[in-house]
Design a protein around this ligand. Structure first.
Ligand code: G3P
Length: 239
């Protein structure tokens, strides 16, 4: 399966941050290689400009969230149709920061994933357990319930990102065996061909080992996607 290496910039990046993508493209020798998909999800303010600027270099651009509805009285929200119109190809839905900061339930995440399909985008549906849940031995049960409640119903391809909440931005990662166990589990619950990403403190130093795990088909990278010097070795680490 073609790996997908995705950068989630979260609430980081002004227009001048295009310099980091320019640098990434230089390090990649002029454009993203054919044997992997490289995706940047910048803040919504930069989606249109980046999509226009980087389509020739095969860097794909995505959104970080979308509203379930196509339009309407929702001040400050952005629809999947708007992201598609701006040139996005993907959208992250159900990131744990949105689930925590905005009270997003599995049902809301599922509606957002369905909205992505409606607009012609590929949703990246995020799931993951908290530290307490893992320590209580409930990681598979929690992620199983999130998958059950959040995954879209249509037959179109989607992506799942497993991001243990306690590994995000902490420098901590699960053991390789734990990543393998969880990805095998998610594989058993998702349609054939679904790309499964690991996210949570992916760095140049651990990317190769994580990306070599069976059923890990790429990475969703936060902090280390902001600088070309960090993101490039992760992009090239995918087998
Ligand atoms: O969506 C990616 C993210 O949550 C992981 O963040 O900074 O731990 O790579 P980070």
């Amino acid at each position: 399966m073609k790996p997908l290496i995705a950068g989630n910039w979260k609430m980081n990046g002004l227009a001048a941050a295009s310099a980091e993508i320019d640098a990434l493209i230089r390090l990649l020798g002029g454009s993203a290689p054919d044997d992997r998909d490289v995706l940047i999800c910048p803040p919504a303010t930069l989606v249109a400009a980046f999509a226009a600027r980087y389509s020739d270099e095969a860097i794909q651009i995505g959104g970080q969230d979308c509203h379930p509805e196509a339009n309407g009285a929702h001040t400050g929200d952005i629809s999947a149709e708007m992201l598609a119109d701006a040139g996005a190809g993907f959208v992250i839905v159900g990131h744990s920061e949105r689930r925590a900061d905005h009270g997003e339930t599995d049902a809301v995440v599922k509606a957002k994933a369905q909205a992505a399909f409606r607009a012609g985008l590929t949703p990246i549906v995020c799931v993951g357990e908290t530290k307490d849940q893992r320590e209580a031995g409930k990681a598979l049960e929690i992620v199983g319930a999130q998958l059950e409640g959040s995954l879209p119903e249509t037959g179109e391809p989607f992506v799942v990102a497993y991001e243990p909440v306690w590994a995000i931005g902490t420098g901590l990662t699960p053991t390789i065996d734990d990543i393998a166990e969880m990805h095998d589990f998610i594989r058993s619950k998702t349609p054939q061909g679904t790309r499964l990403l690991y996210g949570g403190s992916v760095k140049p130093g651990n990317a190769k080992e994580i990306l070599a795990v069976t059923n890990v088909n790429g990475a969703l990278v936060g902090g280390a996607s902001l600088k070309a010097a960090d993101f490039h070795p992760i992009v090239t680490a995918a087998p």
